[in-house]
Every structure is written in C-alpha cells, then in structure tokens.
Design a protein around this ligand. Structure first.
Ligand code: NDP
Ligand code: OXD
Length: 308
C-alpha cells in the first residue's frame, strides 16, 4: 500500500512522520523519482501532469493537496480512480480568519487608508456600522459556511448563495439564478468562495458588478480565473465598486506592472488565505484512506461531473 507525496520534500517528511503513527502499514514515498509508478495506489499532489494515469497505472485515489481541484482534468479520470479534495477544520478556520480580516478591512476602509498612507494623506473617511452592512457570500460549502459563522458575531446582515437550496442558522440562504440576483442587489460586501468550474469561470464580470449596490466592496478568495480584472478596474474607477481585497489572481503571481498591484483601493495577498499544513493533511489523508479501505464514503470526494 504505497502513497506518493508529490510536493515539497520538507513538508513531505513531516507528513510521512505523522502518517507512520496513524497508518503504520502505509508506505509513504516522497517525490516522483522515489518509487516505481506501478506501485503507487494513492497520489497526494497539487500538480496534475497530463500523463498522470499512464505514469501511475494502478492508482485508486488522487488526493488534492488543496481544497480546490480545478488544476485537474476531471474528464480524464478513468472510472476506477477517485479524486478527493482537502477538507479539514483547520482550513475552515484559516479561511474564516482571512475573510473576517478582509471584510472588516473593507468595512473600515483599510485599502483606502493604506492608499492614503502611501500617498502621505491624513484624512478621515465616513464610518459605517457592521449592523448596517450586508455581506453576501458566493458559495456555501465547507469554507463558505465557516466564514459565515465567523462573521456572524460582528452583526453583519449575512446572506449566502449556493447551487442547491441550503438551510443554515444565522444567515439567509439563497440559491439558483433568482437567488443570485437578490443576493447581489443586497451585498455591500461580496465574498467569492466558489470553486472554479466552467460555470463560475469569469463570473465576477461587468454584469455582476453592475448588480451590486453602488460603492460595494469585493473580497475574492475563490480562484483568479473567476474574476475579469478589466471589469474590476472599470468598476473601481467608476465608483461602482469602492474597494477590493484579492487573495487570488490569474495568473499567479500577478505580473509586475499589473495595475492591481498599485491601485490605491485594492489589497492583494499572494494566495495565502489558507495553507496546507502537514498536521491537517495527515489527519485528512488518514480519514480518507481508512474510509477507502473499509469501503465507506470518502470525506472530500469530488463529483467529477459537477466539477467540485
Ligand atoms: P465546497 O465544494 O465545499 O463548496 C462549494 C460551494 O460553491 C457550494 O456551496 C456549491 O453549491 C457552490 N457552488 C458551486 N458552483 C456553483 C455555482 N455555479 N453557482 C452557485 N453556487 C455554486 O468548496 P469549499 O468551500 O471547500 O472551497 C471553495 C473554493 O475556495 C475552492 O474550490 C477553492 O477554489 C477556494 N479556496 C481558496 C483558498 C485560498 O487560499 N484562497 C483556499 C481553499 C480554497 P452547492 O452547496 O449547491 O453544491
Ligand atoms: C486550496 C487553496 O485550494 O489553497 O486549498 O487554494
């Protein structure tokens, strides 16, 4: 029973040490050159080489090193190989902290004050209370729900949108196209926590920004390819959007000279809302492999037909 850890060897060594305690019968190999491809049953990877299934003909599970799986060609998965994404409480906590920071930053005009600081401007801006501010969350999955729970105590009026109907305490749950229209019209701060799929690619565009209340803010933590950067710049420059916090861009890193780097009302962070730590990874992989070996349903199993 061999698992190949196909990523940073230092993190791999920590992960392997933890796995030796939880699943001692599992052979963890680190790095693609460390093992014959035919021996690999489980592949833990962020990258998805095109020849994945030729290289590892006996694969049973591919485990993504992240919560997102948009780097994989889901249509290429043979019927017997399942894809699992990272689901762990720590990921939810990290995302909760980042989005609370960003939403509070937007509420208290942090991007604007940082822009003012760089320009040497000392100027007070009007203040708004959280209880008078509507936050809309696109995507009510594992992370969207953790974010909603984190924001609730601040008193924001919270709504969330998902594909299928949901019923969650403390927020108004909307779904489908009509629900999206309602959410957008009533979001002073919009948080994007959608997976990247053909349906969500480019979703943050001119038309969507036009549906937000004038002067809204965007917190984008999904995937860069969901955002049309020209539409964002246009909306910021026209005043339709007041400010934005972006943790994800396309491409990553954002190229030198990109206007988003220096925009006075934009904060850019280098895709750090969550980081995959060996402890969380070992906990998750242990649960997945135990469930797999016992023929039970897998935590984080990706439905390849819907793309997440
Ligand atoms: P989940 O799969 O648990 O949840 C996805 C949510 O999005 C679900 O509520 C789903 O609806 C909804 N959704 C999917 N497609 C649509 C659509 N077309 N219209 C409306 N709603 C839709 O994912 P997670 O919460 O775990 O993660 C979300 C994403 O966050 C990841 O895919 C990744 O891209 C990003 N991410 C970013 C990180 C960062 O560091 N910036 C870190 C980790 C993740 P339904 O409930 O009906 O299925
Ligand atoms: C992830 C990410 O998908 O870090 O886990 O973006």
């Amino acid at each position: 029973m061999t698992l190949l850890f196909n990523s940073d060897p230092v993190r791999g060594a920590s992960f392997a040490a933890l796995m030796a305690q939880s699943l001692p019968d599992l052979a963890v190999r680190i790095g693609a050159d460390s093992v014959e491809g035919a021996q690999v049953r489980y592949l833990l990877t962020w990258e998805a080489p095109r020849d994945l299934f030729d290289r590892y003909p006996n694969l049973e599970l591919v485990l993504s090193l992240g919560a997102g799986v948009d780097q994989f060609d889901l249509a290429a998965f043979p019927p017997g190989v399942r894809l699992v994404r990272l689901v762990d409480e720590d990921l939810g906590l990290m995302m909760r902290d980042y989005v609370c920071m960003a939403v509070l930053g937007c509420l208290r005009q942090l991007p604007d004050y940082m822009g003012q600081q760089r320009a040497g401007v000392w100027q007070e801006l009007p203040l708004r209370m959280a209880r008078d501010t509507r936050v809309g969350i696109l995507g009510l999955g594992h992370l969207g729900r953790a974010v909603a729970m984190g924001l609730a105590p601040f008193g924001f009026a919270l709504s969330g949108h998902s594909r299928s109907p949901q019923d969650l305490p403390g927020l108004r749950c909307l779904h489908g196209p009509a629900g999206l229209e309602t959410l957008l019209a009533q979001s002073d701060i919009l948080v994007c926590l959608l997976p990247l799929t053909p349906e969500t690619r480019g979703v943050l565009d001119d038309a969507l920004f036009a549906k937000l209340p004038r002067g809204a803010a965007l917190v984008h933590v999904g995937r860069g390819a969901q955002l049309d950067p020209q539409a964002l710049l246009g909306a910021l420059n026209s005043g339709q959007l007041a400010r934005a916090v972006l943790d994800v861009t396309a491409p990553e890193p954002l190229p030198p000279g990109d206007p988003l780097w220096a925009h006075p009302r934009v904060i850019v962070t280098p895709h750090i809302a969550c980081q995959t730590r060996p402890e969380a990874l070992a906990r998750h992989v242990t649960q997945v492999l135990r469930a797999h070996l016992q023929g039970q349903s897998l935590p984080g199993l990706v439905q390849t037909d819907r793309g997440y």
